[in-house]
Design a binder for this molecule. Structure first.
Ligand code: PEP
Ligand code: MG
Length: 774
């Protein structure tokens, strides 16, 4: 029964999550499976990565003498090939292949039949699950079905649990050299800001609070001394200001709109009278400049920590950044740059650096040669921190919220970062490096080869010649370059909200127009789908105060926020309409719920256009589209479609609202079922309705669009335009070439008859249409 399968999977995932030690967790998981299958004993065998040997890792119902020895390396003749080759067996003892008798002997005194199922991840066997029972006949189909459904997620749990637990490597009879080598791995989890797989050597950066830690008492300085410190402060302000302007210029091309916003903010802060007065007050009391900076920073930190709004609280990092610039400038002027980290000379010759800090400031980031930075690991910081924005723009893998990283990482440690799984591996071993070598190389090459060239119009088609278009989802102007690198020409979703969020004040119509025109210039004739500001909810504008909302996802956000703030909407619409004269602009309206919403925004566009015409500004021919992300738009599509030129399906929100499951809440993420038959039916229904209109188009721009596993189903549903995070395109392109539409449609027809997402996943895997990447 599918429901029962899901319960077991949830139960096992809970067991593993709640048990600190992987082996104990899996031990309990086996117990749960044994009970569920009505078996007498069970075991999990894993293939040890460093030497390919089989280890009996966890077992239940086996003799106590055996249980005490776990994990236990098996002798080489015990069923190794069957497990290593991922073969399944369900038979009576007397019919078992001879190599399995040893395995069986481990488990099964007094048992007469054995079920052995391969645990496969990414097409590769990582071990086997074995169940034994007393009855002298194979396990019945009912049990088989149930266990088979559990096995794919179980394999993932096992892999993750093993990776998170170094004990995996230390089988009692293990190869001690390899074991010693591998037990150095320390796995830490964080939250990925940028994707990517990377490897480099730790360079720890001392926190600015520590660098600026003030002394307890003022130095007893004379009036001349105080005057000299004030002169030093004035000079440091000048140097820091120049420095900040130069950094903005230096990174202007790479960082596009982020540059002016971030570094201009630092320049502004250096001009801020409050900051100056505060520091000067300490200088007047006889403190040296470094102490005065430290004291002022301590005061500001205390004030900022009282702020509720997380975005505003994060702005403290800008003040820290400015203080650090001032301190460095003062040290330079004094001729003593003591702020360099102690390990800097040792690491100077290291070519690939992973920066590790409690909190990394933008000026610390840009003080290291960018080409050498392979990753960033921080204990603190969020997605809207300026360093996070820079890291995204520069395509540097970054994890924030990595607990204890400053304590656990040692300078010079070799680290692997796998942002796809929100993990980093400290003191990575040769075996681990070997495992990650391929993905690291691919990611490194992709960063190195970034170029400005717009890719040629490439006709992507399925094996049977049906054209498919892959487009890019971007948030920053600088991402256009990487998008081109990944072979994508057209922008299927430009999320404009970031440009609003990284500023201290509302960007003017001209500010916005400048960015849109740079975007269109970079796109060089390709389509740019500009989504109207989708702010509010979890993306508040820092300079726009709103009341607390109990349900922000259902609150004052997206189109509702725009329509009720004409002073924000009008310049925004005018900037976009002006940009439409410069290229192929598609305007995309977020969070449309019904015809009334559409009518309102169309009316606002007309008003904006009339104003522009009166001013003598040009407007181009743009296409108008709407997001389908609110269920009411899904059901009212027949009425909405005549009013738009195209639709874009936002599955991130659509799934959130269809299943009433918060897309950002990790505790309910297993209920966020993007491949559920209900979602698939919705996709097919939308495609059918849109295709009935000549010239109207439908794109999928939610995260689902970049899923290789879901690809055959998306094509089977009728989708031909997918907009995704650019780096996903090179993975999907060859798969599109391999698939044929009739095959995808057949699979789709079976998928929508499934009852659960789990069944759909199983169907996809069994169909074997998606080959694992080589
Ligand atoms: C979506 O909801 O699927 C979408 C693409 O928009 P966002 O993720 O920006 O809400
Ligand atoms: Mg959305």
């Amino acid at each position: 029964m599918p429901n029962n399968d899901q319960q077991i999977i949830h139960r096992i995932s809970e067991i593993i999550a709640q048990t600190p030690n992987a082996q104990q967790g899996l031990q309990q998981a086996v117990c749960c499976l044994v009970e569920n299958a009505g078996a007498g004993a069970g075991a999990i065998f894993v293939i040890r990565p460093q030497d390919d040997r089989i280890v009996l890792y966890a077992a239940h119902g086996v003799p106590a003498t055996l249980a005490a020895k776990l994990p236990l390396e098996l002798s080489s003749d015990t069923g190794n090939d069957i497990i290593r080759n991922g073969r399944a067996v369900n038979d009576r003892k007397k019919h078992l292949p001879p190599e399995l008798v040893g395995v069986f002997a481990h488990l099964a005194n007094g048992f007469h039949s054995l079920l052995l199922l391969p645990l496969v991840v990414g097409g590769r066997p990582i071990g086997s699950l074995a169940l034994a029972r007393e009855a002298d006949r194979p396990f019945p189909q009912r049990v088989l079905n149930s266990i088979e459904a559990v096995v794919p997620p179980l394999a993932f749990f096992i892999l993750n649990a093993l990776l998170a637990d170094k004990q995996h490597y230390s089988a009692n009879a293990g190869n001690t050299t390899a074991t010693a080598e591998l037990t150095q791995d320390v796995i830490l989890k964080g939250k990925a800001i940028t994707k990517g797989v990377s490897c480099g050597y730790v360079q720890k950066l001392v926190g600015v609070e520590k660098i600026l830690q003030p002394k307890n008492h003022p130095d007893s300085v004379t009036p001349e001394g105080i005057a000299a410190e004030k002169r030093l402060f004035a000079d440091a302000l000048r140097v820091a200001r120049e420095d900040s302007i130069n950094t903005a210029k230096q990174f202007g091309d790479v960082l596009a709109e982020a540059d002016s916003a971030i570094f201009a903010m630092h320049t502004m802060l250096l001009d801020d009278p409050t900051l100056k007065q505060h520091i000067t007050a300490y200088l007047d009391k006889g403190f040296l400049l470094t102490d005065a900076l430290g004291r002022a920073l301590r005061d500001f930190s205390a004030q900022y920590q009282k702020i509720d709004d997380p975005y505003l609280r994060e702005r403290l990092s800008d003040i820290k950044d400015v203080m650090l610039r001032l301190k460095n400038a003062a040290d330079n002027l004094r001729g003593s740059l003591e702020a360099a980290p102690a390990d800097a000379p040792k690491l100077a010759d290291r070519r690939r650096i992973i920066l590790v800090a409690r909190e990394l400031l933008p000026s610390q980031l840009v003080s290291v040669p960018l080409k050498q930075i392979c990753g960033i690991l921080c204990e603190e910081g969020g997605a809207t921190s300026h360093t996070a924005i820079l890291a995204r723009a520069l395509q540097i893998p970054m994890l924030v919220g990595v607990p204890g990283i400053m304590l656990k990482a040692r300078s010079g440690d070799c680290v692997i970062m796998d942002c796809g799984s929100d993990s980093c591996f400290l003191r990575a071993t040769t075996a681990l490096l070997r495992r990650f070598a391929g993905p690291i190389r691919i990611f490194r090459n992709s960063r190195q080869n970034l170029s400005d060239t717009v890719p040629p119009e490439s006709a992507l088609a399925t094996a049977d010649g049906v054209p498919v278009q892959l487009m890019g989802n971007i948030t920053l102007l600088s991402e256009v370059v990487s998008m081109h690198h990944y072979g994508i020409r057209d922008i299927g979703l430009y999320r404009t909200e970031f440009m609003f969020m990284i500023r201290n004040a509302m960007p003017s119509e001209d500010d916005q127009f400048n960015i849109f025109s740079r975007m269109l210039k970079a796109a060089a004739g390709a389509t740019v789908t500009i989504r109207l500001l989708d702010a509010g909810g979890d993306k508040p504008l820092p300079y726009f105060k709103t009341d607390h909302e109990d349900n922000p996802a259902l609150g004052w956000r997206g189109l509702r926020f725009l329509l009720s703030n004409p002073e924000i909407m009008a310049p925004h619409l005018r900037a976009i309409l002006r940009a439409s004269a410069l290229g192929d602009v598609h305007i995309l309206v977020p969070m449309v719920a019904d015809l009334y919403d559409l009518a309102e925004i169309k009316q606002a566009l007309q008003v904006a256009a009339a104003e522009l015409r009166q001013r003598g500004d040009k407007i181009g021919d743009y296409r108008l589209g709407m997001m389908i992300e609110v269920p009411s738009a899904l059901y009212g599509l027949d009425r909405l479609l005549p009013e738009v030129d195209f639709v874009s399906i936002g599955t991130n929100d659509l799934v959130q609202f269809l299943f009433a499951v918060d897309r950002a809440n990790a505790r309910v993420s297993k209920w966020f079922r993007q491949c559920h038959p209900i979602v698939l039916r919705a996709l097919q229904d939308i495609c059918r309705q849109v295709h009935a209109y000549k010239g109207k188009t439908v794109t999928l721009c939610g995260e689902l669009a970049g899923s290789r596993r879901a690809l055959p189903l998306l094509l089977g549903a009728g989708l031909r335009q997918l907009s995704m995070t650019p780096h996903q395109a090179p993975v999907l392109r060859p798969l599109v070439n391999q698939l044929s539409i009739p095959d995808c449609e057949k699979l789709f027809a079976r998928a929508i008859l499934c009852e659960t997402e789990m069944d759909v996943m199983k169907l996809i895997d069994e169909a074997g249409m998606i080959k694992s990447p080589s």
